[in-house]
Ligand binder design. Structure first.
Ligand code: NAP
Length: 272
């Protein structure tokens, strides 16, 4: 019996149960994926759930907002990827130790490869956990990066963490000087139910020839993707990344390599 689950708050609208229950069925394994809503600051519950991974009562857990950074303190070991990013999204047990890993970075690169080649330069909107995973992944491939956040000190903090990354503020004046091959939205702007939000200002033209990758995966076409396509740019949402990071986590928990198309099919029926 494979017992999996998700720590976060809120968790009730998560697509992870669909992905992992589909993966369980596709692999022929018997199991369940449970939701563990853990209130921000409830460290006792985090410690207890990580203990259940260490004792193998749970085969593995995903971690989402707001616990991706806090959970790092309570695991026995971080993988080099999770340590470099400064966030975990996947927990599992190896040699009686609770390990914290991060599959967002490899998941992003895997899906990006389907969309475009790793560009020479990228511009990242947002400075949270997902932005750090994206920056880590692209820096490791030699991409030069500019990052912008609505709180400039957060962008500056991210730039200090990753040498070679340049921080700017998220103002129209600063954004109109951006010249890049790839714009990446790593903010929740445009995510259901905030369908009208867009991290790139409506009044501003996109840099010529840039492609747009929006990490937001619900709805199937975000405002940012719609505007970029209308301007003649190639653009995609992050649904493929969501599938990749889940498939990589499932492989860490079970050793099973799940067919991405099967997961994509299942999850496409749930986004609207
Ligand atoms: P996070 O740690 O909370 O960081 C969010 C960042 O976006 C922060 O810099 C935040 O600024 C900024 N922000 C929030 N709302 C904004 C708005 N309306 N306009 C401009 N900036 C805004 O969240 P995260 O974990 O990085 O996740 C970010 C997004 O990526 C979420 O929508 C998440 O679902 C998505 N994501 C997708 C995948 C995938 O597989 N496709 C994987 C991971 C994450 P403040 O600090 O000022 O609040």
């Amino acid at each position: 019996m494979i017992r999996l689950g998700l720590i976060g708050y809120p968790v009730e609208h998560s697509l992870s149960p669909v992905l992992h229950e589909t993966a369980l069925r596709a692999s022929g394994m018997v199991g369940q994926y449970s939701l563990f809503p853990v209130l921000p600051g409830d460290e006792r519950m985090l410690v207890e759930l990580i203990g259940r991974v260490r004792s193998r009562e749970l085969s593995g857990l995903n971690v989402t907002i707001p616990h991706k950074r806090t959970a790092m303190q309570f695991v026995d070991e971080l993988t080099p990827t999770a340590a470099a990013i400064g966030a975990v999204n996947t927990l599992y047990c190896r040699d009686d130790k609770a390990i914290g890993d991060n599959t967002d970075a490899p998941g992003f690169l895997k899906d990006l490869a389907r969309f475009t080649t790793v560009p020479a330069s990228a511009f990242v909107l947002g400075a949270g956990g997902a932005a750090r995973a994206v920056v880590y992944a692209l820096r490791a491939r030699g991409c030069s990066i500019v990052v912008a956040a609505r709180r400039p000190e957060k962008a500056a903090e991210l730039a200090r963490q990753f040498p070679g990354v340049h921080a700017i503020s998220m103002t129209v004046e600063a954004l109109e000087r951006v010249n890049t091959d790839l714009i990446i939205n790593a903010t929740p702007a445009g995510m259901l139910p905030n369908l009208d939000e867009c991290a790139w200002p409506a009044c501003l033209a996109f840099p010529q020839g840039a492609a747009v990758y929006d990490l937001v995966y619900n709805p199937p076409e975000t405002q940012l993707v719609r505007s970029a396509r209308a301007a003649g740019l190639r653009a995609t949402t992050g649904l493929g990344m969501l599938v990749e990071q889940a498939a990589l986590a499932f492989q860490l928990w079970t050793g099973f390599l799940v067919d991405r198309e099967v997961l994509l099919d299942a999850v496409q029926q749930r986004v609207r």
